[in-house]
Design a protein around this ligand. Structure first.
Ligand SMILES: [Zn+2]
Length: 217
């Protein structure tokens, strides 16, 4: 699996500090399971996250936070080799992978727009707040949109391309309210992704905006 797109540094720090909600955390955990580079970065983020938790004001880093972290790492002795978390079903780690059926073809999709289908994760069990599955038919696009909050997309299969590049299995698109994008599924196969949001997407055109209450993507 060649991963090109990773969570932002600030996202890894927020994850380590426990500031991400459940849906966003599940996406980060799944990415960490398949990305050695981010596992390394998250060890550093763990230290910074610890400093954030220790700080009297959680929203701000003390001036000496990074020095304290580096000192802590330097004093930690030889790094113990952590076993890599196992990538689970369809390359998606637990707990998200367990919410996917054994065969992706068993997912019950419903059409929400031209070439776009959506499904609930964990149809038969618990449906986690803020998580959904999206399938984009080859060559089709998701309506252009920005975000009110934090959105993270984990690619499960296929690929799409938008203003930020090409995203394939294991990649994460880590987007905040500043990003305005229009993902287009690459031709050849459906692109299936898991999307976690902490606020609804905001579509640009009036037609998708009208659709939004029904589509709920
Ligand atoms: Zn990564």
């Amino acid at each position: 699996m060649s991963i090109r797109h990773h969570p932002a540094e600030t996202t890894l720090i927020a994850y380590a500090a426990g500031h991400l909600d459940e849906a966003l955390s599940a996406i980060v955990a799944s990415h960490l399971a398949v990305c050695p580079r981010c596992r390394g970065r998250s060890r550093l983020a763990d230290g910074i996250g610890g400093e954030l938790l220790d700080s009297a004001e959680p929203a701000t880093l003390r001036d000496d936070a990074l020095d304290a972290v580096l000192a802590r790492i330097a004093g930690a002795g030889p790094e113990t080799a952590e076993p890599a978390p196992r990538a689970g079903r369809h390359g998606v780690a637990a707990p998200l992978g367990q919410l996917l059926p054994e065969r992706l073809s068993d997912i019950r999709w419903r059409t929400v727009g031209p070439g776009i289908r959506q499904a609930r994760l964990g149809e038969t069990g618990r449906d986690p707040e803020g998580l959904k599955l999206l399938k984009i038919a080859p060559g089709r696009s998701v309506p252009r949109h920005t975000h009110r909050g934090h959105e993270m997309t984990l690619i499960v299969s296929g690929s799409y391309t938008d203003e930020l590049g090409r995203f394939q299995a294991g990649d994460i698109a880590d987007l905040d309210g500043e990003v305005d994008h229009q993902p287009v599924s690459d031709t050849g196969e459906d692109c299936i992704c898991i999307i976690a949001t902490d606020a609804p997407l905001r579509f640009e055109g009036w037609v998708p905006r009208l659709m939004q209450p029904f589509v709920r993507i």
